[in-house]
Ligand binder design. Sequence first.
Ligand code: NDP
Length: 329
Amino acid sequence: MQYRRLGSSGLKVSALSFGSWVTFKNQLDDAGARALLKQAYDAGVNFFDNAEAYAAGESERIMGRALRQLGLARDSFAVSSKVFWGGDKPTQKGLSRKHVRDACDAALARLQVDYLDLYFCHRPDLDTPIEETVRAMHELVLQGKVLYWGTSEWSADQIAEAHGVARALHATPPTMEQPQYNLLVREKVEREFARLYDSCGLGLTIWSPLASGILSGKYAHGVPADSRMALPEYHWLRERLESAQGRENVRKTQALAELARELEASVAQLAIAWCLLHSRVSTVILGATKPAQLAENLGALGVLPKLDAGVVARIEAIVANKPAQPERY
Ligand code: NDP
């Protein structure tokens, strides 16, 4: 395993980490989740990602039970939660001081831990002043309930505002952002956030490196019955897959798979390793429903050295979606 700094912080997270969205509760019971967490941990993974919204809190309960049953030393791993979608009532969602505080306490109880290593604002909340959220997060840091706080799918302007407010208040600024980043979705990481990396010391914990499985190549000939796209609650993902853009993404994946074969790698490994080429990616959060998938995906680190300039150029020619860079003088 490789370890990378979480942005400009001193925390070293494994370059590959493991998350529970969709999978815990919907596809994996306690035993299945525990087995994958152990497999990841034994391979050197030290960061586990979760959120209050995942399976309405059940995902955190499953992870909490598993971490306890596995008896992992608390100082040997980092665990996250995210606040935003906690329930239907107005006080149970968003980033108000009240919900940030209530959601943190609830996540700590479900995960059975005394503190969250990473705590994310799962989306921007247009109804709460950023200053209120910065103060609420800073308070949690002072209380020792959160070590590093960050954002997920915020815009560069919103992150810059949070930094500015934190600096002015002498409060703790956000350390990390969690955006989607993969061979099919690149704009935020490669263009929009470029101006923030040095000024804010921003680290990235990126999600859906396989675009929900598309970049594993499994959807080349339809939707396997045991796959994410076949889950009724995730019909919106399937609709995207079956759109013109989705079909184009599957076509690109098939071309990438041919290149991966030449490298004696799987296309999933190629796609995950490619994410690690970006120097601001602190960790790539993997998802998996089966031990074989996780083993394959962890093998991406071995493929990384094969991605030289020539291979990267061939990848660029296939995906043909490199974001234009801002003009510099
Ligand atoms: P991926 O894009 O890697 O998709 C993972 C899924 O793809 C697996 O659950 C599995 O689904 C399938 N898969 C994975 N590996 C293989 C393989 N080798 N061969 C075939 N199929 C494979 O990641 P996720 O979308 O799961 O995202 C990872 C994590 O990121 C989440 O768990 C969560 O922690 C975080 N996240 C954060 C978000 C945010 O808003 N901050 C949003 C989304 C995710 P199946 O077997 O069912 O087909």
